[in-house]
Design a protein around this ligand. Sequence first.
Ligand code: APR
Ligand code: PHB
Length: 389
Amino acid sequence: MRTQVAIIGAGPSGLILGALLHKAGIDNVILEQRSGDYVLSRIRAGVLEQVCVDLLDEAGVGERMHKEGLPHDGFDMVFAGERRRIDLFGLTGKRVMVYGQTEVTRDLMDHRATIGRPTVYEAENVRIHDFDGDKPWVTYTHAGREERLDCDFIAGCDGFHGVCRASVPARAITHHEKVYPFGWLGLLADVPPVHHELIYGHTERGFMLASMRSHTRVRYYIQCGLHEKVEDWSDEAFYDEFRRRLPAEDAARLITGPSIEKSIAPLRSFVGEPLRFGRLFLAGDAGHIVPPTGAKGLNLAASDVALLARGLVEHYAERSSAGLDDYSRRALARIWKAERFSWWFTQLMHLFPETGSFGLKMQMAELDYLFSSESAQRVVAENYVGLPI
Ligand code: APR
Ligand code: PHB
């Protein structure tokens, strides 16, 4: 088989890239190691920046998002019994869209099925070859048969544990990493949200986040220890702990119901530099990871592939390599700013017992300042709604 762009991974990065390239008439094939159902079973964040919304529209997959997504103009922050609304719209003129990554992925998969470009699910043992030369190629096994895909470019959209970044020689890439000493225990349930906007809380029992997927589905999180096991958390135990971390007025009206999903996610900041190696380009989680505080993961994946798609369109339509040559630098400029915001928001809102009373006082002083300064709130709002691509 031959194609122009071989895309490895059918997560949001790979699927959005495939849709943007299709729109520009560029042939592409997606190779995904898992099944479509497995990809859809992964629960991830659900807050889309305006630039991400625009991009999904541009890719032709925004219809259901506009019908079912919830535009949010602000969110609440809580600490030490104080509560402040960050007025996203008032401070920036922009809002965010609350719409789960699972739904984004489903829309992208449906779109892909209608345009008829190939996606090979359950492609095993994917290997990438000769990406430092002019004629890269990819091998994989599908339904017991060895296959070969020749291409002009390889887009590594295969997530943090994928094969693409791992195939780059160690001397060609620098890794920057921070691992946090806690995780998030998340619960998904079909009950009405406790509040009409998101609540991020710093409490003496640890961080809490009340998020949602719709008017009838919630996603709630609590900070937990890294070695805790999800099996040890009954729904009742989760809700008891979550209620204790909620502001009293919300705790009193919390509606609980059986979980549909419950999982623990570790928190990590990671960037690999650069993102281009000859004819191989890394995008999304393959190149970088953010802790979920602020929900930047999917948004960064979208801005990466927007830049990559532009570069590829320039290459094919205008015979110019300028966009591709500049991809890594431009993507990383935005990635590092989102890394900074996600790291800052994580540092501010979680309990770090090892930093002692001084660390806690620093967090309290920063929150106190933030609550009293419109300029500080604008900085938060500007980053939360997303910086320009
Ligand atoms: N061969 C083929 N496919 C692979 C391989 C491989 N060797 N390794 C991983 N994959 C697939 C995974 O199964 C997954 O479906 O690549 C896909 C990568 O998808 P994601 O992990 O969702 O990464 P990405 O598309 O970059 O999306 C980033 O997802 O992880 C969240 O918070 C993150 O919201 C962000 C978004
Ligand atoms: C979520 O809904 O899963 C979510 C929302 C906001 C975040 C992180 C996760 O900052």
